[in-house]
Design a protein around this ligand. Structure first.
Ligand SMILES: Nc1ncnc2c1ncn2[C@@H]1O[C@H](COP(=O)(O)OP(=O)(O)O)[C@@H](O)[C@H]1O
Ligand SMILES: [Mg+2]
Length: 241
């Protein structure tokens, strides 16, 4: 890492999706005559995120929040601009290098918890360790520790169906944490929860930030936005001043 470089530095980031569109609904079109229509999801986004920050990305539906989070987390490549991670350009990385950067540095939390229903909380949390070839004898202990960090040690043998929504999302947070990433990226993590469970999930994310993780939360919930020390507002793919 270059000294003093921000964790994340985005410069003039653009993302254009080419979406297949049928011509007039009544015209007799074949697949070959489908045209690709560009959808500009992000346009000239500049953003720096420093190690240890807690920030919200907010904005109306369709404003580009998920696209931005996915680019930050290297799940998507931008179609324009520059992305420096710890001072190093990401665009020059191969797919393999990009996947390694992603697996080592980012933990993702999604709106739908995406837990495997037949597995216990402890087994769900261990999954990323299976994929990154952590020796079997260490996985259980690391997963226990991640569950402790979200205050769910006492639920480790429960399956998702035996947990409340808020607890399931905290298991998902533990799963994001278990590889000890530098950053937690959460896309509408409280979107499927009642307000009380939502608060417990938010508290957990805030607590992790206090413990040193960089945390980015995408949300359009005003009550959450108000608690964030830094707010990035998106509208039509651009950051509002
Ligand atoms: N995979 C995709 N293919 C085509 N268009 C997409 C894709 N993902 C997002 N978009 C479009 O990009 C824009 C921003 O989407 P998104 O980032 O999901 O917004 P938000 O998360 O703020 O609701 C929308 O117009 C959306 O339809
Ligand atoms: Mg979204």
């Amino acid at each position: 890492m270059k000294d003093n470089a921000p964790l994340i530095q985005l410069e003039e980031i653009a993302k254009v999706f080419n979406v297949g569109q049928r011509a007039e609904p009544h015209s007799d079109v074949t697949a070959q005559s489908q045209r690709l229509v560009p959808v500009r999801a992000l346009n000239g986004v500049r953003l720096c995120i420093n190690e240890g920050e807690l920030l919200a990305i907010t904005g109306p539906s369709g404003s580009g929040k998920s696209t931005l989070l996915h680019i930050v987390g290297c799940l998507l490549r931008p179609t324009g601009g520059r992305y420096l991670f710890k001072g190093r350009p990401v665009e020059s990385l191969s797919e393999f290098q990009l996947a390694r950067l992603r697996n080592r540095n980012f933990g993702f939390v999604f709106q739908a918890f995406n837990l495997l229903p037949r597995f216990s909380a402890l087994e769900n949390v261990q999954l990323p360790l299976v994929y990154n070839s952590t020796p079997r004898y260490r996985r259980r202990e690391m997963a226990q520790k991640a569950l402790e960090q979200v205050s769910l040690s006492h639920r480790s043998h429960h399956r998702p169906g035996e947990l409340s929504g808020g607890e399931q999302q905290r298991v998902a947070i533990a799963r994001a944490l278990v590889t000890d990433p530098s950053m937690i990226l959460a896309d509408e993590p409280t979107g499927n929860l009642d307000s009380e469970s939502g608060w417990s999930v938010l508290e957990t994310l805030i607590e992790l930030n206090r413990a040193g993780k960089t945390v980015v939360i995408v949300t359009h919930e005003q009550s959450i936005v108000q608690r964030m020390p830094r707010i990035v507002k998106l509208r039509d793919g651009e950051i509002l001043p």
